[in-house]
Design a protein around this ligand. Structure first.
Ligand code: AMP
Length: 178
């Protein structure tokens, strides 16, 4: 667990386990109870902001879809821009894209081709690090744009899936590990 000043135990307690969603054998970590509770949502955002503020980043990059909820709030708190990474076909303007492997087949994520400037310091935010495939594709996009990934930040890490192996080791931080 990662916070210098905030007690994260109430956040951990609020994560709801939903067995066999979206398919048999998956234990889904549902963060909507955190979103629905004003004090918990604030605590989660405050913990994210505490990690990011000293890094003097220029933009928050959030991953479709729950990364938008946390990432946008962090960007607002820091007064910096927010950039969405979305599944292929959702963004209207010209895009950079990166493919990644799923259990069956491949998926593609996209970012608008003018969303990041060369050399810009960015933090990547999502709710949960599982296999790391999605985040690794987002990291690839950030690299393709010539921006600098300063930190990849997650509310939850499923440690047994070793998603960190797919990400730059020094640049990962999580608030809750399961
Ligand atoms: P991955 O690419 O395997 O790291 O998957 C990460 C993405 O899938 C994140 O955007 C998560 O929101 C979602 N995800 C994967 N596994 C779970 C899980 N067990 N519970 C909740 N969300 C999950």
């Amino acid at each position: 667990m990662m916070s210098a000043t905030l007690d994260l135990a109430p956040l951990r307690a609020a994560v709801r386990d939903v067995p066999d969603f979206p398919k048999p054998g998956i234990l889904f970590k549902d963060i909507t109870p955190i979103l629905a509770d004003g004090a918990l949502f604030k605590r989660a955002i405050d913990a994210f902001v505490e990690s990011v503020r000293p890094l003097e980043i220029a933009k928050v990059v959030g991953i479709d879809a729950r990364g938008f909820l946390f990432g946008a709030a962090v960007a607002y708190a820091l007064g910096v821009g927010f950039v969405p990474v979305r599944k292929k076909g959702k963004l209207p303007y010209s895009c950079q894209s990166a493919a990644y492997t799923l259990e069956y087949g491949e998926a593609v994520v996209e970012m608008h081709s003018d969303a990041l400037q060369r050399g810009e310091r960015v933090v990547l935010i999502d709710d949960l690090l599982a296999t790391g495939g999605t985040a690794a594709a987002a990291v690839k996009l950030i690299g393709q744009m010539g921006a600098e990934l300063v930190l990849a930040l997650f509310l939850i890490e499923l440690e047994f899936l070793h998603g960190r192996r797919n990400l730059p080791e020094t640049a990962v931080r999580v608030l809750l590990t399961f």
